[in-house]
Design a protein around this ligand. Structure first.
Ligand SMILES: C[S@@+](CC[C@H](N)C(=O)[O-])C[C@H]1O[C@@H](n2cnc3c(N)ncnc32)[C@H](O)[C@@H]1O
Length: 175
């Protein structure tokens, strides 16, 4: 996810991670984008509390308890939105993707990593087992494309991540 963003938007100044958990990924971004404004949101107050505690005091990351389905930001705020291993937990994926589209700038990118039901490990029983273990519901490529179209977003690339033990893919999505 980081390589995709770094390669395509090295000049990003406004970056959001949705479903940031305890903030490990955003803390890594401070090295790659030292002058960008970094914002992390998560629906879990406990996760955000842990993120605040673990974040280095000198690191200017803003942390918010919020749902991706109701993003508390103005339209066209962010150059890049990251969503790592969180989409399968979203109750209303369509609404969440529409909210991400709203807060992305015109040239903005969504970099999404999540398990999908297609790909080399697409056996239904394997996916059901992983859904049980992880919680949530995995998406098919067909459903992703249809939700993106409704949100006026476009799939640029979808790359299977080998050796993750899951059907994990990283998708680059543009407006
Ligand atoms: C498996 S963790 C991934 C955390 C982090 N992105 C990572 O890769 O380590 C999934 C996270 O998504 C969050 N989440 C689930 N539903 C959400 C929603 N509707 N809005 C925001 N965050 C959500 C959970 O609270 C959890 O912290």
């Amino acid at each position: 996810m980081l390589d995709e963003a770094r390669g395509r938007r090295p000049d990003a100044t406004m970056i959001l991670e949705v479903g940031c958990g305890q903030g490990a990924f955003l803390n890594q971004l401070t090295d790659v984008y030292p002058s960008a404004e970094l914002v992390g949101i998560d629906i879990s107050a406990q996760a955000i509390e842990a993120a605040r505690r673990r974040s280095f005091p000198s690191t200017p990351i803003q942390w918010h308890v919020a749902s991706v389905e109701h993003l508390p930001f103005s339209d066209e705020t962010f150059d890049v939105v990251f969503a790592g291993k969180t989409m399968h937990h979203w109750e209303n994926k369509q609404r969440a993707l529409s909210q991400i589209a709203r807060v992305l700038k015109d040239e903005g990118l969504l970099v999404l990593g999540d398990p999908f039901t297609d790909g080399p490990l697409r056996s239904p029983w394997f996916n059901r087992l992983n859904e049980r273990l992880d919680g949530g519901t995995f998406t098919s490529l067909e459903d992703l494309k249809s939700m993106l179209a409704q949100a006026r977003l476009h799939l640029v690339t979808k790359q299977f991540v080998p050796w993750s033990g899951k059907t994990l893919s990283v998708c680059v999505i543009s407006k």
